[in-house]
Design a protein around this ligand. Sequence first.
Ligand SMILES: NC(=O)c1ccc[n+]([C@@H]2O[C@H](COP(=O)([O-])OP(=O)(O)OC[C@H]3O[C@@H](n4cnc5c(N)ncnc54)[C@H](OP(=O)(O)O)[C@@H]3O)[C@@H](O)[C@H]2O)c1
Length: 335
Amino acid sequence: MKVYRLHDFSGPDGWKLGDEPSPTPGPGEVLVRVAAASINFRDLMISKGIYNPKMRLPRIPLSDAAGEVVANGPGAVRFEPGTRVSANFMARWVDGPLDDEKSASALGGELEGVLAEEVVLPECSLVKIPDSLSFEEAATLPCAAVTAWHGLFETGGLEPGSTVLTLGTGGVSVFAAQFARHAGMRVIATSSSDAKLERIRSLGASETVNYKTEPDWEKPVRDLTDGRGVDLVVEVGGSGTLPKSVRAVRTGGTIALIGVLTGAGQFDPTPILMRGIRLQGVFVGSRAMYEAMNRAIVAHGIKPVVDQVFAFDQAPDALRLMAGASHFGKIVIKV
Ligand SMILES: NC(=O)c1ccc[n+]([C@@H]2O[C@H](COP(=O)([O-])OP(=O)(O)OC[C@H]3O[C@@H](n4cnc5c(N)ncnc54)[C@H](OP(=O)(O)O)[C@@H]3O)[C@@H](O)[C@H]2O)c1
């Protein structure tokens, strides 16, 4: 079978295609034929050695895929061969709160990833994918969508009519805008591009702000809420956006701290305590969250936004597209 492995930290060029024997599922494992995979900002950082410079190479990249069960290993009983499945980002996080053991089971990180024609996965990691989604659409869900779901509904304390602020129009933010809108919330979205703002409005954002032409974007956001501030910020920017998110959120509101697109840096925590803001770290989510999210996707007919689908032999180009940040939503590789 064909498989990509990251051989060095040279970015997309470090992904090399090779041939390996088909893996055999051991006890409690399942052999899955991969139909599609999708990439996340994390995969770009991993390929450059920024995410984990000590990662053991060569490693099969990517956490996100969808495919079909081929065979069960001894004792694996949850899925019949032919079932359309996807794996949770952290293979051993089934339910309950995160702990060190669960967080050390990330696919394409501590564990081998999914950018291969066939992969062996722990049975406990798998979820059935919605019939309403193609493999390409379902492959976008494990990281970005589950993270958005977790940030909004597992920690956010939101209710219908709450206002959610999404930053930029990458994978996590577009899912967050879709989920929040379908759950009856008001969505304010930012982007560097007016064309992307138009697209996010068509997906349910009621108001938008261009953060390039309005560098002090937190001010129009506050004005849009009559000076109160938003109830929750889907914070993907890191040190470049966090101080502004603190000013955009209401007193007593929540910042779901998800990403560091602008990198790490200095941050004054004083307003967090003076204004009773909840700063909640979010690290993807459990299989139970993934399953709850899938029920909402089915109930509301939500379709993931796929920017572009790459052929398997052009997979490194998918990573290059992500590096350019011209995409809207998710980038997919057909396997
Ligand atoms: N904690 C977790 O479990 C978790 C899970 C998934 C992702 N993440 C992290 O979340 C972040 C986003 O991931 P992703 O996969 O959605 O990335 P992505 O698809 O690559 O998102 C890229 C987009 O982010 C926007 N952006 C960049 N700089 C920005 C800024 N200064 N202010 C506002 N928006 C900005 C841009 O949107 P426009 O082009 O519209 O301006 C850009 O197109 C990354 O740091 C990633 O590592 C964390």
